[in-house]
Design a protein around this ligand. Structure first.
Ligand code: HEM
Length: 434
């Protein structure tokens, strides 16, 4: 599927708009949204950044109401427009039909992404170099593609097909159940979607409720410290390590992953984020994801996103929700009930906990509502009724509308990597690539 053939617009699922809040309400909300850093021992922390990697595959609001990503699971954030395209041919090397990603740079030939002379990552979506873990996932999938060509002798197209099939399998079978609960995944698949109605590629779009609120659940899953590798075992007391990487940021936007920090090719490194049990009892950081709740960890609570106004992440998310003219949580809950979806509404007392401003009691910004729902309905382990339905129906809907996705194309994968258990897991991909 070529970029450009899939609609690139944002649209609302529910044609309602919340009453606007003044900026002071958002500032008051942002000030109570943390800091807190509680683990969810059912979800390893790698899934937080896998979630971010998925986000960067399907949605990118550049501010003009246009989605800069195709809203299907085609990893355009990894492959760009392919080796034959003018804009992305410099990502690749090798013979025609067997192109592999160029990885590494002079400071770190294998354990880092390709970088230009200013150490900016040469990848289609710069957001996949935003922090060290998402950058390492980008590298993991690049190296997965490369190994399928170099070791299994697949063609470019077959390697890409294998990568996409395995990635989509992990999204649907491993990631989504952790984020919205297994029962909701099964119920959406067996009872059918009621809200995200797109039956083929010409009808898909990126729902504003997803991009502007519900899928931003991941911000509350970030933790303050992680065990990255044997050298940085419990690191984060200096959050700049996470964003600027240990090699420092020589220019704005540039990074250097020095070889001491390499997350791949160095024993158990990336695996630590998906199987935290391998760390016991060696280290302090537990490498579980944070609970999905209304509290951000100190590192994000205090993070100033960019040197301009409204630079606190929670505040920006709330402002973006209003800029997108989203319905509020209560309006979405009612709309879902009207569609026959089982939804338990949050009470005013739930919403006003923790000295939340009274203005949001019945007019709760959707992002805050779905975080509070996860907290009240599932103790922060996964999303609740409203958040889970929007995230689940969108992800399943985008897969079902794509004739090439694993939900429609049952053809044999060009290559099956070895798996430890019956079903493929991200851990098998990490093992295969290491
Ligand atoms: C350290 C980790 C992260 C940082 C620093 C970060 C930062 C940001 C920033 C600055 C924005 C733009 C906010 C605005 O002005 O509206 C944003 C948007 C967003 N973030 Fe994150 N984020 C992180 C992790 C995540 C994770 C883990 C997820 C989901 C699992 C996520 C989902 C989203 C989504 C869906 C958007 C809107 C994307 C769009 O359509 O443009 N983020 N993030």
């Amino acid at each position: 599927m070529k970029h450009g053939q899939v609609p690139n617009d944002f649209k609302k699922l529910i044609n309602l708009k919340a009453q606007e809040h003044p900026n002071e309400v958002f500032l008051a909300m942002a000030s109570i949204m943390g800091p807190a850093d509680e683990p969810n021992v059912e979800t390893p922390s790698g899934w937080t950044y896998f979630g971010q990697f998925v986000d960067h595959d399907i949605t990118f609001d550049k501010g003009e109401g246009i989605n800069a990503r195709t809203p299907i699971f085609d990893l355009d954030s990894l492959y760009g427009n392919g080796p034959g395209s003018q804009e992305h041919s410099n990502l690749y090397e090798g013979d025609e039909g067997k192109e592999t990603f160029i990885v590494g740079n002079e400071r770190n030939p294998e354990g880092d992404l390709q970088r230009d002379e200013n150490f900016k990552a040469m990848i289609p979506d710069p957001r996949n170099d935003e922090n060290i873990i998402v950058a390492s996932l980008q590298l993991l999938f690049q190296r997965f593609h490369n190994k399928l060509i170099n070791k299994e002798d697949l063609s470019f197209q077959d390697a890409k097909k294998t990568v996409l099939k395995d990635y989509q399998f992990v999204v649907l079978n491993e990631f989504l159940p952790l984020i919205i609960g297994k029962e909701r995944v099964e119920s959406i698949i067996s009872n059918g979607r009621k809200l995200f109605i797109a039956s083929d590629l010409s009808e898909v779009f990126m729902p504003l409720e997803f991009a502007g609120a519900c899928y931003r659940f991941g911000h509350s899953m970030v933790r303050d410290r992680y065990s990255f590798n044997d050298t940085f075992n419990n690191s984060f007391s200096n959050p700049r390590l996470f964003f600027d990487f240990p090699g420092g940021r020589p220019v704005d936007g540039g990074h250097q992953i020095t070889d001491i920090w390499t997350l791949q090719g160095n024993g158990n490194t990336l695996m630590r984020f998906f199987d935290p049990t391998i760390l016991r009892p060696l280290v302090d950081a537990d490498n579980f994801a944070g609970k999905i709740d209304t509290k951000l960890p100190p590192v994000l609570f205090n993070l100033e996103v960019a040197p301009r106004e409204n630079n606190i992440l929670a505040h920006r998310n709330l402002i973006s929700g209003q800029r997108f003219e989203l319905p509020n949580g209560q309006q979405v809950a009612t709309a879902l009930i009207d569609l026959g979806i089982e939804v338990t509404r949050l009470s005013q007392e739930d919403i006003l906990e923790n000295e939340a401003p009274s203005a949001i009691a019945n007019n709760t910004p959707l992002w805050y509502y779905i975080l509070k729902e996860a907290e009240k309905q599932h103790s922060g382990k996964h999303l609740g009724d409203v958040g889970g339905t929007i995230v689940g129906e969108t992800i399943i809907g985008l897969l079902q509308a794509d004739p090439n996705s694993i939900m429609n194309d049952n053809s044999e994968s060009p290559f099956n990597i070895p798996t430890d258990e019956e079903k493929l897991s991200i851990k098998d991909i990490i093992k295969y690539v290491s």
